[in-house]
Design a protein around this ligand. Structure first.
Ligand code: FPP
Length: 249
């Protein structure tokens, strides 16, 4: 833990930009409560949340973050009222249309974690186009988790491995080889996992990948989340002592 004298006290959001986490994961939570506090429909909270996502993703790209993963729609979110689900899906469509337009300029690589085969044909088409266009970009990689559940991801990976095992083509089973069966294949585990919105749980997000992630919880509702909030989270991360089960040398 760094020690600062009174004179040198660092501001909570003071970040060492030369030593950023490689991968930040965020649970986009608090949209509904943000809307309720303003007597607005929950869907207005999701629209505000989508704007915040744009702002934070742009900021992460600008500071040179390598990977950003966001939990936008879980396998459990289908239980919500139809108009809320429809609104989230159309906000995603709108976001992807704009992202495709700006991709050449932004050079952000976009990937999707989750079973996207059940989404509308329009959304699937947009996802396919986004994937294809951004395939060769090497800037910040933004992973959007859609119809994603951590347990579901692990079960699918096990099923795929078992199939290959039966066919005699499976590799030796190690943590490293198993990781290649997950949606996140090739992506390093998140160093920092942020949950705004005040809840203290992971809600089935990146269950395998978050084994050693540093967790950061804040009461700020996602639509209110700013660059200063992500700086605070990164600064807190930079003061953590990561030992991965070992001891300090
Ligand atoms: C959780 O807040 C949020 C969601 C289930 C949806 C998140 C979706 C978006 C921000 C829109 C589109 C996303 C992108 C990436 C463009 P909640 O509704 O559970 O909030 P509450 O806990 O306050 O009710």
């Amino acid at each position: 833990m760094a020690f600062f004298s009174k004179k040198q006290t660092k501001k909570a959001e003071e970040v060492d930009f030369s030593n950023l986490p490689r991968h930040i994961a965020i649970i986009l939570d608090g949209n509904g409560r943000w809307a309720q506090q303003r007597n607005l429909p929950r869907t207005a909270g999701h629209a505000a949340g989508a704007e915040t996502f744009r702002k934070i993703a742009t900021y992460c790209r600008d500071i040179g973050l390598e990977y950003l993963t966001v939990y936008a729609f879980s396998t459990e979110n289908w239980k919500r009222p139809k108009n809320e689900v429809d609104t989230i899906m159309s906000l995603l469509e709108k976001y992807l249309y704009e992202a495709i337009d700006r991709m050449e300029r932004d050079k952000v690589k976009m990937c999707f974690f989750g079973d996207t085969t059940v989404l509308s044909p329009e959304l699937q088409e947009l996802i396919a186009r986004t994937r294809e266009i951004s395939l060769h970009y090497e800037g910040c990689q933004v992973n959007i988790c859609l119809n994603y559940g951590g347990r579901d991801e692990i079960l699918r990976a096990v099923a795929q491995y078992a199939q290959e095992y039966k066919a005699g083509t499976a590799p030796e089973l190690t943590e490293e080889s198993f990781s290649r069966y997950l949606y996140s294949a090739g992506v390093p585990d998140p160093d920092l996992l942020i949950r705004p919105g005040g809840e203290l749980r992971l809600s089935n997000f990146l269950m395998w990948q978050s084994a050693y992630s540093e967790l950061y919880f804040t009461d700020t509702l996602w639509p209110d989340f700013t660059e200063a909030d992500i700086n605070r989270a990164i600064a807190a991360y930079q003061h953590r002592d990561r030992r991965f089960g070992g001891i300090k040398p």
